[in-house]
Write a protein that binds this ligand. Structure first.
Ligand SMILES: [Zn+2]
Length: 99
């Protein structure tokens, strides 16, 4: 049977007595990157939804025009939705429009 040794450091603050609970502080976890990724995905979905019809011929088949700056996964394949969206292309009349 193993024994677990516990380490109880001396109180750093002399105002605490031995019976007072000690509140330890931990570094705050940064959540802005997750929030930023989520808000970017929502914003991207809104832009694609708002540009789902061609403004010239009102055709519903449009494709997004993206830069080649996406994040690659470990297999070297770009992760969908990570490329910069710069415009759209109509598959019917071949017109293009920027964002
Ligand atoms: Zn069109």
């Amino acid at each position: 049977m193993s024994q677990l040794r516990l380490f109880q450091p001396r109180y750093l603050d002399s105002s605490h007595s031995e019976t007072d609970p000690v509140i330890l502080s931990f570094p705050q976890v940064e959540t802005t990157s997750t929030t930023s990724i989520f808000s970017n995905a929502v914003r991207r979905a809104e832009v694609i939804y708002n540009n789902r019809f061609c403004p010239s011929c009102n055709h519903p088949e449009v494709e997004p025009l993206e830069l080649d700056d996406g994040i690659n996964n470990r297999n070297g394949i770009p992760i969908p939705g990570t490329c910069t969206l710069v415009g759209f292309h109509c598959l019917d009349c071949h017109s293009e429009w920027p964002l």
